[in-house]
Design a protein around this ligand. Sequence first.
Ligand code: FES
Length: 66
Amino acid sequence: MTRVRFLRPDGTLDREVDAPAGTNLLDLAQANGQPLEGSCEGAMACSTCHVIVAKEDFERLPPASE
Ligand code: FES
């Protein structure tokens, strides 16, 4: 389980949700009222998702791949 915090542009907490391993972040965000268009359905080809991952969390992610 991964805890995801959605923050407003001013940095205040909008909501916090737990997501099972393997959950698609775009799907999770849209299901929780986040205004992500998702034009390419999460294929990371359209740049309509603007997600900022905290540096300490980014460093824990596996390397990017196709
Ligand atoms: S839907 Fe996120 S980058 Fe296209």
